[in-house]
Write a protein of this length. Structure first.
Length: 271
């Protein structure tokens, strides 16, 4: 049976926070359990709140069972004094703020004892996200169950043994959708450079990325390397392209450097 917290407050309902709230409701969280604090909700989220009967910017009567922080990391200093009273000793604080460590959070929410850091990604909005989380030692088994229910409702979920791993997760799956979208843009540009019309170029690029992702999802027992080899005839056109992509300074080296830059930036954002 799914474990839901009886009272949940979500602070921040932007792209990620809104996607989380939508996913929780679709998975069975009672709207009456959820209060949203968002000073500038989008028209789409305001409509969702109204249609589902959510308490949007309503007074919160005392500390909830769970407080979820989904504001921008740079907004934490301004928001923390306004919500500190909600982070009581018995409240589980779940943060999705990139770069903000448990030590950072404790310094700003001094009453908080049980804290979890998580990093979801934007496909959570369609139930296909990937989330990894680290739990502080004070988090109880019941509170872990709440995290598993709420974060698992958005897609795949994994626990981490080490808080430092969050920065690597941020660099890979957290930012990963943007990398895939950038690859799609680049593929469309390449198509245009080969003389294809812009609309057709983008349709081919989008369709190829969408279809390849779905094929990889369905063929879960087949490695990406094997799927790549299935497309590649020795001495053929794809092999010619891969000789460029997999050569020195190619795609793998570029991705390693990109992920390292993202990971380093996450570390810089701490404090």
């Amino acid at each position: 049976m799914t474990q839901w917290p009886a009272r949940l407050v979500l602070v921040g309902a932007g792209k990620m926070g809104g996607a989380m709230a939508h996913g929780w409701l679709e998975a069975g969280l009672a709207a009456s359990s959820l209060t949203i604090l968002e000073p500038d909700p989008s028209p789409e989220f305001a409509s969702l709140a109204a249609s589902r009967g959510l308490a949007l910017n309503a007074r919160v009567g005392g500390p909830p069972d769970m407080l979820v922080l989904a504001v921008k990391p740079q907004s934490l200093d301004g928001v923390a004094p306004q919500i500190a009273a909600l982070a009581a000793e018995r409240t589980l604080v779940l943060s999705i703020l990139a770069g903000k460590t448990i030590a950072n959070l404790k310094a700003r929410l001094p009453q908080a004892r049980a804290l979890v850091r998580a990093m979801p990604n934007t496909p959570a909005s369609i139930g296909r996200g990937v989330t990894a989380a680290f739990a502080h030692a004070a988090v109880s088994g019941e509170q872990r169950g709440w995290c598993e229910a709420l974060l698992g409702a958005m897609g795949a979920f994994y626990w981490l043994a080490d808080e430092d791993a969050i920065d690597a997760v941020t660099a890979i799956s957290g930012g990963g959708p943007a990398y895939v979208f950038a690859l799609t843009e680049a593929l469309a540009v390449a198509a245009e450079r080969l003389g294809l019309p812009a609309e057709l170029a983008m349709n081919l690029a989008r369709g190829t990325v969408e279809g390849s992702g779905e094929l990889m999802r369905r063929e879960r027992t087949t490695s990406p390397a094997a799927l790549r080899r299935n497309v590649t005839s020795p001495g053929g056109t794809t092999a010619a392209a891969l000789a460029v992509l997999q050569g020195a300074g190619g795609l793998e080296d570029l991705m390693v450097r990109a992920a390292a830059a993202a990971c380093a930036r996450a570390a810089q954002m701490a404090g």
